[in-house]
Design a protein around this ligand. Structure first.
Ligand code: ACO
Length: 360
């Protein structure tokens, strides 16, 4: 048995390759640093989904824009009741209303869904009316516009586009594996995506970036970092935004996002938290070496996710939903890839319960 399925290979994929020792991520033949900040989310989505659907198009941007409009129209009467729920739960409830077949059309609507829904729910929670999508805009620009009610700057659009591309796919992480398990039963794309959303929510996976900001708030000044971190580790807590099941080197996505944050800062759009974050990162890495000398614990994607999404104006309780807006492209590609193999995923367990007895 492999506890937590560590080192178990459970699928062949053409979608992404995570080299944990080298700290390298390849998305369908392109290294992360060749696409993050260089290609749009739609462009990378088109590449990721190539050959996955019979009706696949050469360029998905217009179809994704039209799908945002279709999702908004289909769900507009449901937004108000979903806004009463915590945002992630409201998003999950609304995405469950979308179609559940394996068509390209369904895939596009599901991909459009998180951007449209999280923007609408955020606005309603703030007392504003949801804004209809502008299908002519790129996905990242429209998501920012629908959320804030203003046209985003080029630097903001680039920052969110970089984020969505950076997180679009990452091997057999917990949520993607979940999507593949569900797809392997023959359930539709909607069911696969909903199950993956549930897996993403936990703090050991996509729920970490909000608590990263809580840590920054608790530490407050660079001078306080070392003592605070030491106390946390001594109490047995884990430092959010550090450590990874696969990476034994620095997560390359952390650098991609730190780069996007620096660009945003150059445009004057970010506050002074970056210096505090960098001091905390240095103190955390030094403390983790002392805490677990045998296990290389490095900065993961969630640390700079927290800073970038905060700088883009997203509140921390919505970070996991923004993560879903990018990762959904990978979930759908993996669900299709698994479904096309026609093979059910069904591992075994070792029984360690009481020996069988006759009922008294
Ligand atoms: N802070 C303190 N200790 C840690 C941390 C951390 N961030 N990460 C791992 N450790 C410790 C573990 O407690 C474990 O100690 P033990 O042997 O005494 O039990 C030891 O290091 C080894 O842990 P791993 O086996 O490397 O951890 P695992 O692969 O099970 O978990 C995980 C990886 C869940 C990401 C873990 O590092 C963690 O909890 N990090 C904090 C949460 C986080 O940032 N999650 C986002 C991950 S990125 C993503 O999913 C998109």
């Amino acid at each position: 048995m492999s506890n937590g399925l560590e080192n178990v290979v459970a699928a062949e994929t053409v979608l992404s390759d995570v080299d944990g020792l080298a700290g390298r991520l390849v998305i369908r033949g392109l290294p992360l640093d060749a696409i993050a900040g260089k290609l749009s989310f739609e462009h990378v989505l088109t590449r990721l989904w190539a050959d996955m659907f019979p009706a696949m198009k050469d360029q998905l941007q217009p179809a994704l824009g039209a799908s945002r409009a279709a999702v908004f129209a289909a769900l507009a009467t449901e937004f108000a009741s979903a806004a009463a729920l915590p945002l992630f739960d409201g998003m999950r409830a609304l995405l469950a209303r979308l179609t559940d077949d394996d068509s390209l059309d369904s895939a596009l609507r599901l991909t459009a869904g998180p951007a449209v829904v999280l923007s609408a729910l955020l606005r309603l929670k703030a007392g504003d009316q949801p804004l209809a999508p502008d299908p002519a805009l790129g996905h990242a620009a429209d998501m920012l516009r629908m959320t804030s009610g203003r046209q985003p700057s080029a630097a903001e659009t680039a920052g969110l586009d970089t984020y969505l591309v950076t997180v679009i796919d990452h091997g057999l992480n917990a949520s993607t594996f979940t999507a593949r398990v569900v797809a392997s039963t023959g359930a539709g794309l909607g069911s696969s995506v909903l199950a993956a959303l549930g897996a993403l929510k936990g703090p050991l996976h996509g729920g970490a970036p909000g608590p990263v900001l809580d840590m920054l708030d608790a530490i407050r000044t660079p001078e306080a970092a070392e003592t605070w971190i030491q106390t946390e580790l001594q109490s047995g807590a884990r430092l959010m935004g550090f450590g990874h099941r696969i990476y034994r080197a620095r997560d390359p996505r952390a650098d991609a996002l730190a780069g996007a944050l620096a660009q945003l800062k150059a445009g004057g759009g970010v506050n002074a938290r970056l210096a505090l974050a960098e001091a905390i990162e240095r103190a955390a890495l030094a403390a983790l070496v002392r805490h677990k000398p045998d296990r290389k614990l490095e900065t993961n994607v969630e640390f700079y996710t927290a800073l970038l999404l905060e700088a883009l104006g997203f509140p921390r309780d919505v970070f996991t939903a923004v993560f879903a807006a990018g990762r959904i492209g990978g979930w759908i590609a993996h669900a299709r890839e698994q479904a096309l193999t026609g093979r059910l995923i069904r591992p075994q367990s070792v029984y360690v319960g009481p020996k069988p007895q006759r009922a008294a």
